[in-house]
Ligand binder design. Structure first.
Ligand code: HEM
Length: 229
């Protein structure tokens, strides 16, 4: 998902690597490329300042955990639907998403580093409350998701992807993408019955997976070589 997708040539115009479809739109906007990662860092800083400025520290950190998780979901979904959206409904907007998928994925990594920082701070400030609510399965799934996300971010450059090899890169990013999807799906799906927001977010998460399935079916019909999204 943190895809080695676009390269900037020496002339400054983006070129598309072999892992991208040929036409993802080349016109740069104010919000293209690394600026998206800077935006993710700025959003995280605002979230930290806004939540930590209010109330007792434990409650503030709990709020920061929830806010960072929701922002991470937004980055995740944008990266997750980029390729299937271009396959199903090509438009300037979907091509923008696909062109910037690498940076949307890095935005997720930045935002989720904030979630991790809030986890560590929460566990340090209120260890009893933190460990009382934790289950081993949640910790293992969350830990695995973080390990995969770190590996995806580390292999998001064309150079690292070439070093890893196309098949291993694809296996890593597919496993990471679906592990993250599953953690989000279980987190919100598990509370969909008691929270309207959780129900809406769970529906979005399920809809994103359905979109990928639809895109896979369509691209398979067009030709097996283009099927792997
Ligand atoms: C071992 C790693 C992790 C730990 C210990 C952890 C811990 C927490 C805690 C304490 C909360 C707040 C729960 C509450 O206030 O009810 C939370 C919320 C959440 N976390 Fe994590 N987390 C981890 C990894 C992840 C990962 C990898 C993801 C996503 C892929 C994720 C997604 C979420 C979501 C969706 C929420 C709910 C936010 C909301 O209420 O809107 N977490 N997490």
């Amino acid at each position: 998902m943190v895809a080695p997708m676009t390269r900037t040539s020496s002339a400054g115009s983006p070129s598309v690597s072999s892992s991208s479809p040929p036409d993802v739109g080349a016109r740069l906007t104010a919000l293209d490329g690394p600026r998206l990662v800077a935006l993710a860092a700025a959003v995280l800083a605002v979230e930290a300042a806004a939540t930590l400025a209010t109330g007792p520290l434990t409650a503030s950190l709990g709020e920061l955990l929830r806010v960072t998780a929701r922002t991470s979901l937004a980055w995740f979904l944008l990266a997750f639907v980029a390729r299937p959206l271009v396959a199903v409904a090509p438009s300037p907007a979907s091509k923008w998403l696909l062109r910037n998928r690498r940076y949307l994925g890095l935005g997720l990594a930045v935002s989720h580093a904030g979630h991790l920082a809030a986890i560590v701070a929460f566990a340090a400030v209120a260890p009893t409350a933190f460990w009382a609510d934790r289950e081993v399965g949640t910790l293992l799934a969350g830990g695995l998701a973080y390990a995969l996300l770190a590996a995806m971010a580390a292999t998001s450059t064309d150079r690292a992807a070439a070093w890893l090899g196309r098949r291993r890169w694809r296996a890593l990013h597919t496993a990471g993408m679906w592990t993250l999807w599953a953690v989000f799906a279980v987190s919100y799906g598990g509370r969909a019955g008691v929270s309207v927001l959780a129900a809406v977010l769970a529906a979005l998460i399920a809809g994103a997976a359905a979109l990928r399935a639809l895109a896979l079916v369509r691209t398979r019909r067009r030709g097996p070589r283009r099927a792997a999204a």
